[in-house]
Design a protein around this ligand. Structure first.
Ligand code: ADP
Ligand code: MG
Length: 229
């Protein structure tokens, strides 16, 4: 028992540290990026190449923070009853500007009474990483649809896009660390998502077809006051 207590205290210290690192490091990275871009504009070809490489590494560092720590909060281990649609609304609110930027849209179904148990920050991080992939898969115009319902004691969340889709071989590798097909990818987003969902006693399943789109289906044990379909 004593050992467990120490472990959770350690977890709390680690997550508190992670939250402040995420916050404190992102700004200087952005400032550095701005100055390097300026310098790159006024430099010779070889120097331009070095600046290009440095900028790429800076973006990678930002990407890692985004994939792991967008919602890093001190209360990492704190679990409460979560209103699924409230969480989904928040995720949509954060990512809609990014989707709109490239001409895409995000449509969230009408709210239903759905509840699960978990940590709000972690759940949002898990969803963000999936929806962000969908936005990146749209490659400009396109639609992301999100809906959820309760059935047979489970809350089921669907996140569907009509983006580029995946080959069967890619589907098999989802969640593998550093697996990425993107020039600016970290290959860590889905690994984080899978771990969070697993820790919440949930499952995630992907269906995809090259050229027509991808659908993520996430299931969590439902809390009794969810209204089933
Ligand atoms: P990253 O986004 O940094 O590449 P992820 O772990 O988030 O890493 O995703 C891994 C890979 O899975 C992506 O590079 C992409 O090839 C593929 N992928 C994930 N989601 C989708 C999606 N919705 N549509 C198409 N490909 C996807
Ligand atoms: Mg990603």
């Amino acid at each position: 028992f004593n050992h467990e207590l120490q472990r959770s205290e350690k977890m709390e210290i680690i997550s508190e540290l992670a939250a402040s690192v995420a916050h404190e490091v992102r700004n200087p990275l952005q400032v550095t990026r701005g100055f390097m871009q300026l310098l790159a504009e006024n430099s010779k070809q070889t120097e331009k190449e070095y600046f290009g490489l440095a900028l790429k590494e800076l973006d990678r560092a930002s990407g890692i923070i985004t994939d792991f720590l967008t919602f890093a909060k001190p209360e990492l281990e704190h679990e409460t009853r979560l209103n699924v649609y409230e969480e989904l609304k928040h995720v949509k609110g954060i990512l809609l500007p990014l989707a709109n930027l490239s001409g895409g849209t995000i449509e969230l179904d009408d709210a239903k009474e759905l509840y699960i148990t978990g940590n709000s920050s972690k759940l949002k991080q898990a969803m963000i990483n999936i929806v962000k992939n969908s936005i990146e898969a749209l490659d400009g115009e396109g639609m992301i649809r999100i809906w959820a319902y309760a059935k047979s004691g489970e809350v089921v969340i669907h996140i569907q896009d009509d983006g580029i889709g995946m080959e069967a071989g890619d589907l098999e590798r989802l969640g593998e660390a550093y697996f990425s097909n993107k020039s600016k990818g970290t290959g860590l987003g889905l690994m984080v998502t899978f771990r969070i969902i697993e820790a919440m006693r949930g499952t995630v399943h992907f269906i995809s077809e090259k050229g027509s789109g991808t659908e993520a289906i996430i299931r969590f044990p439902s809390v009794p006051d969810s209204v089933e379909v």
